[in-house]
Design a protein around this ligand. Structure first.
Ligand SMILES: Cc1cc2nc3c(=O)[nH]c(=O)nc-3n(C[C@H](O)[C@H](O)[C@H](O)COP(=O)(O)OP(=O)(O)OC[C@H]3O[C@@H](n4cnc5c(N)ncnc54)[C@H](O)[C@@H]3O)c2cc1C
Length: 593
């Protein structure tokens, strides 16, 4: 932009100067005013003829002058036009490099050039600077560190050959993260933030190589405000560790995604979990964030009060942005009071439709259950086969329910739930009467994904984990038709869902021989959910896999608006490239591995 400014000034001064030269030139050609001659003596007054000659001479000069003026004006105008169109072209290029088309509100992918990242020598220079900045012990390029930050066994889209971080860095403070981003910005090195690494849609794949920032050395509770029910933590704090820390204070943090997930990544994906039916998602539990922007600027999104209507909601812009808009280095989280009493129940049903309808009715009748989780018949078979739980389960569609509140409140909730399940044809209903029984009953739910992965591994298959959400009234329909589709297509897989909020997952097993059949099942599942005014992802996020579906869910103009936000905050496209939205018109998307 500064070069544009320079060009504009240059252009203005060039035109002004050429005009100045023109005026000076014209002035040099015009008859110069002479010093007033002394009055001739009366007998030397010139005759009339000589006066006529002088008039003719002035007219000739005037014509010559006019011709010169017109030529000069013509040349000036031409020069002006040439400079103007060149500048307009340059200005348009500067704007388009930044994804900004003059006068528009959105950025279309086709208006962008491909991003330009550091070449090998600039990358090496950046890595050397980062090593000096952080110390050798906080920078790693070991085979293990590179591999564990490049891919994972549970993601549905694996890294292509060569897609791996160049180095992994382990900062210890917000200031260090800011310095890292400044170095990367200077050299145009891509950056991928990494917390627990449990995300499922290829979120942390290093599509452009570069630096992966791991937050394991920023994993502390900074301040607990017990009276205000909030806590300030660093991004590497795991949600399970946080709850261990909070328990003696009678408090807890409700969002509960995959085991091992950490606050930075939970903010990144806008996660939820089993508790969302009662408590809502990550978006409802974050008060404020400290974020480092792509150029290293540190911003705090808001202060600590429970409510605020001050300005744009930057906190929620960052939640769910998957590390593409900024890097979170501190989070102030709301806390809930641990319920006095809790219990777990399991109800089984002849069909998946009846189980889903029960979840729908619980929501509609306002029963304040803590969680309503659906596991289909195949999932229950899988859990039994894996043998990781202490009991053997009925192999039928099952609802796993959590209750919390006062003792009498929990008793009342269990009674209401049992009645609704019965109305929907449940054929068994058990509930826990001790903490040990609660743990035992919840085990099957906890083991769901691992059991499916184990079954897949036994049979040489990969697991594709996908999630959608629909308005609760459409839940039974979408779950039933997905199960039918899987059976008809001959695809092995299980269904498990946080059905209390209309969200469920399909774990689809496939191998090379039936990969395209599996793709078809996932595609139809997502399209079905979108047709029902649902979403292509209820909680796992977009990553790389769901990008095309985001477009069919929200439409081009919405995606182009998101791209404008991305280009405004990260014009060099350094932060977690190729996630959520496409940023490179020439990107070749590789197929599912
Ligand atoms: C067995 C299992 C069960 C699961 N169950 C659930 C569930 O019930 N609900 C649910 O929502 N999810 C679930 N997940 C998915 C996963 O746990 C969540 O997506 C979780 O939020 C990811 O957190 P993470 O710390 O592992 O993030 P990561 O995988 O490390 O990162 C996720 C994204 O956040 C970005 N990111 C990481 N750190 C930062 C930071 N400091 N600043 C900015 N961006 C950052 C990354 O770049 C990436 O795009 C499950 C996963 C597994 C394996």
């Amino acid at each position: 932009m500064s070069s544009l400014l320079f060009q504009t000034v240059l252009r203005k001064s060039t035109v002004q100067q050429s005009r100045l030269y023109l005026v000076r030139f014209m002035a040099s050609q015009a008859p110069r005013p002479r010093a007033t001659p002394p009055s001739p003596p009366p007998n030397l007054v010139p005759p009339p003829a000589s006066r006529n000659m002088k008039v003719r001479y002035n007219r000739k000069q005037a014509i010559r002058l006019l011709m010169i003026i017109s030529v000069c004006v013509g040349v000036g105008t031409l020069l002006d036009q040439l400079l103007t169109s060149d500048l307009q072209r340059r200005a348009a290029k500067v704007l388009s490099d930044k994804g900004l088309t003059e006068g528009t509100s959105t950025t279309q992918l086709s208006s962008l050039e491909s991003p330009e990242y550091a070449n090998a020598s600039a990358t090496a220079e950046a890595y050397a600077e980062l090593t000096t900045l952080l110390g050798k012990e906080n920078v790693s390029a070991t085979v293990d560190d590179i591999a564990s930050h490049a891919d994972s066994a549970w993601i549905s889209h694996h890294a292509a050959a060569g897609q791996a971080p160049g180095i992994v860095v382990f900062p210890q403070s917000t200031e260090e993260v800011s310095q890292i981003l400044k170095v990367c910005h200077k050299h145009k090195v891509p950056i991928v933030p990494f917390s627990g690494g449990t995300s499922l849609e290829g979120h942390f794949i290093q599509t452009r190589n570069g630096v992966t920032i791991d937050f394991r050395r920023m994993a502390s509770v900074l301040t607990l405000h017990e009276e205000d029910l909030d806590v300030v933590v660093q991004p590497g704090m795991g949600w399970e560790n946080l709850n261990e820390y909070l328990k003696p204070h009678g408090l807890f943090f409700p969002p509960d995604p995959g085991p091992g997930a950490e606050i930075g990544g939970m903010i990144g994906t806008g996660c939820s979990g089993t508790n969302a039916a009662r408590y809502g998602t990550m978006r409802e539990w974050v008060l404020s964030l400290t974020v480092v922007l792509a150029d290293g600027t540190i911003v705090k999104t808001r202060q600590r009060p429970r409510k605020s209507s001050a300005g744009y909601n930057l906190t929620n812009l960052i939640i769910g942005s998957e590390g593409t808009l900024g890097v979170v280095t501190e989070a102030t989280l709301k806390l809930a009071v641990l319920p006095q009493s809790t219990s777990i129940a399991v109800a089984t049903f002849p069909t998946i439709g009846q189980a889903s309808k029960t979840a729908q009715d619980l929501v509609r009748q306002g029963v304040p259950v803590g969680a309503v989780e659906l596991l289909d018949k195949e999932m229950m078979q899988c859990v039994n086969q894996a043998g990781q739980t202490t009991r053997t389960w009925r192999e039928e569609p099952s609802l796993f329910l959590k209750f919390g509140g006062t003792k009498s409140g929990v008793k009342e909730q269990i009674g209401q739930t049992k009645a609704i399940a019965k109305q929907n044809g449940s054929n068994s209903f058990v509930f826990a009467s001790s903490e040990a029984e609660c743990t035992e009953l919840w085990e099957a739910r906890k083991e769901a994904l691992w059991s499916t992965l184990a079954m897949g591994a036994d049979e040489g298959m990969t697991c594709w984990t996908t999630d959608v959400a629909v308005p609760v009234s459409r839940l039974a329909e979408v779950v039933t038709s997905t199960r039918e589709d899987m059976d008809k297509s001959g695809i092995k897989g299980t269904i498990v869902g946080h059905v209390g909020d209309g969200n469920f997952h399909a774990f689809i097993l496939y191998n090379d021989a039936n990969k395209s059949v599996a793709e078809g099942v996932v595609h139809r599942l997502v399209e079905r959910a979108i047709e029902m005014e649902g979403t292509c992802t209820g909680e796992h996020g977009v990553g790389m896999v769901k990008r095309p579906y985001l477009q069919s869910e929200l439409g081009e103009a919405t995606i182009d608006t998101m791209r404008r936000v991305k280009m405004a905050l990260d014009p060099l496209r350094l932060l977690n490239p190729d996630k959520v939205i496409s940023i490179d018109p020439k990107e070749v998307m590789h197929k599912l591995d």
